[in-house]
Design a protein around this ligand. Structure first.
Ligand code: GLU
Length: 513
């Protein structure tokens, strides 16, 4: 049932490719919104001009679309609480900043960045690092410390200024976190955060709180790294007189490196040769370009299933969950506090399971656009049969063409090790005879082919182990592929005969010299 008061948001900043942790945050918000009949919203937090990266918003949206986590509201998705891009909301923030100044919860600060840098350097070797806070603000260049006429004069002269939150001197801040329980901060630990920068734009803190309020957000579910900021956010709600109407907070556990030591970083992907992004990102240089789960051959459903388990568990043994089953099973109560290890092997296992359980028709549809040009044209039926024979033998979508190239072109590498001792030119005639026998199979299917093979072996007192591997290597070049009789059924006598003749030449050349 739809509940319009339950509103969940994913609020990324377009500062580059979206790390897989961002997709997990989006997924958890999406799942809860769906489960509770709420709304999932995308908000682009792009007020930091210095970190803005061209193309990042598109990347975020493309990633969400690929995953199938589509927002009901957001830039390009419609919705009645827009605009959903913070850079288009500056007039709203100005209004809220003015309110805070008027009520005495924020003040003008005229200190230049050079001055602040100097204070920081001076304090470096002391026991108390420099902080702009209730202890220092009265000694600094701001509207709390300066006479009102000076402040007026500075403002009239258009002197650059920032606006800072006046953190109360002695108050405690209780954050009720749905995952961590009560987290208590004391105002003395907190600095007077900048709310409006000298360029006139709001900071993350101000814009985030104003928008969560105006967009009617009921739940703020985000990464653990934002927990310390929550203290400032609560103070902002308090300053606006909105503390009783704050959203509920839940801070998700960290995603750890595969070793379990430390937070998974963007660079880990390159270092370990594994994807840590949903889709690839082409940066300016090789170091700033990243490959994605999509390009690594993952199905989005498998990746989401894997991500769902990075921090949550259903409390049962079940591991495979479709998105609908996740919606059904998901709840905040089963999200853990401890960091979750990014186990790429487990991600591959999920993908393998999804491929095994997909229909060959569905896989063929996925593979069609990826079909290398040189393999075209290929009939839909052939592609379906290919998927059916290969799907239990691959881990990623890319493996299909990598491991099964010989379905589309002649074998180029024969793994003859396994037949080195078995090969003799006399086998050529035996195999020709066998192939001729198969022509009589009716229907021409793998059962009949196998039956005829077994009879032939008996009649000629041959051992399966001496003949079958020769076929396998001859037809596919490898011992690993699908069952020989399945390949024969698919390819038919002519193709089988051609392939074996070509292989005979190769065997003679490499095994008899
Ligand atoms: N813009 C923040 C980010 O990039 C959002 C944090 C939040 O969800 O409040 O992650």
């Amino acid at each position: 049932m739809k509940n319009s008061s339950l509103r969940f948001r994913f609020a990324p900043s377009p500062t580059g490719a979206l790390h897989i942790g961002g997709i997990r945050t989006a997924l958890y918000n999406y799942l809860l919104a769906k489960k509770l009949g709420g709304t999932f919203i995308l908000r682009i937090e792009d007020t930091d001009q210095s970190r803005y990266v061209e193309g990042a918003e598109k990347y975020i949206i493309d990633s969400l679309k690929w995953c199938g986590i589509t927002p009901a509201e957001g830039p390009g998705f419609g919705g009645e609480f827009g605009p959903y891009r913070q850079s288009e909301r500056t007039a709203i923030y100005d209004e809220y900043i003015a309110k805070l100044i008027l009520s005495g919860h924020a003040y003008y600060a005229f200190d230049t960045s050079e001055e602040l840098e100097k204070y920081r350097t001076e304090a470096e070797n002391t026991s108390r690092p420099f902080k702009y806070d209730s202890f220092t603000r009265l000694q600094l260049n701001n509207s709390l410390a300066l006479p009102p006429e000076t402040v007026k004069e500075y403002l009239e002269k258009n002197m650059p200024y920032t606006v800072r939150l006046k953190v109360p001197e002695d108050e405690s801040i209780h954050v009720q976190d749905k995952i961590r329980g009560e987290v208590i901060f004391h105002s003395q630990e907190l600095d007077d955060k900048v709310l409006r920068k000298a360029d006139g734009l709001p900071t993350y803190h101000l814009a985030n709180v104003v928008d969560d309020h105006l967009m009617g957000i009921s739940h703020v579910i985000r990464g653990e790294e934002w927990l310390p900021s929550t203290a400032h956010h609560v103070l902002l709600y308090r300053a606006f007189g909105l503390e009783d109407n704050m959203p509920e907070f839940a801070h998700l556990p960290l995603i750890l490196k595969p070793t379990g030591n430390g937070k998974l970083s963007k660079r880990d992907g390159v270092k370990l040769g594994i994807p840590v992004f949903p889709i690839s990102w082409v940066g300016e240089s090789e170091e700033s370009s990243f490959t994605g789960f999509r390009e690594a051959g993952f199905l989005p459903e498998a990746m989401l299933n894997f991500l769902a388990f990075l921090g949550w568990n259903p409390g049962t043994e079940q591991e495979i969950f479709t998105i609908d089953q996740l919606v059904e099973a998901f709840d905040i109560a089963h999200i853990g506090k401890a960091g979750a290890r990014f186990d790429y092997e487990k991600a591959k296992w999920f993908n393998q399971q999804y491929i095994i359980h997909s229909s060959p028709e569905n896989l063929a549809n996925l593979l069609l656009p990826l079909l290398p040009e040189k393999y075209k044209p290929v009939s839909q039926d052939y592609l379906i049969s290919f998927c059916k024979l290969m799907q239990e033998r691959v881990v990623t979508i890319n493996d299909f063409f990598e491991n099964g190239y010989y379905f589309f072109e002649p074998v180029h590498t024969f793994d003859t090790k396994n037949i080195a001792k078995k090969w003799s030119p006399a086998l050529k005639q035996t195999i020709q005879n066998l192939i001729e026998k198969w022509s009589a199979c009716s229907p021409f299917n793998q059962e009949q082919i196998q039956l005829s093979f077994d009879t032939f072996m008996q009649d000629n007192q041959l051992k399966t182990g001496d003949i079958l591997p020769v076929f396998r290597i001859g037809l596919a070049g490898t011992m690993k592929g699908p069952a020989v009789f399945d390949l024969i059924e698919l390819w038919g006598m002519q193709e089988v005969s051609n392939r074996m003749n070509k292989a005979f030449d190769h065997f003679d050349k490499t095994l008899l010299s």
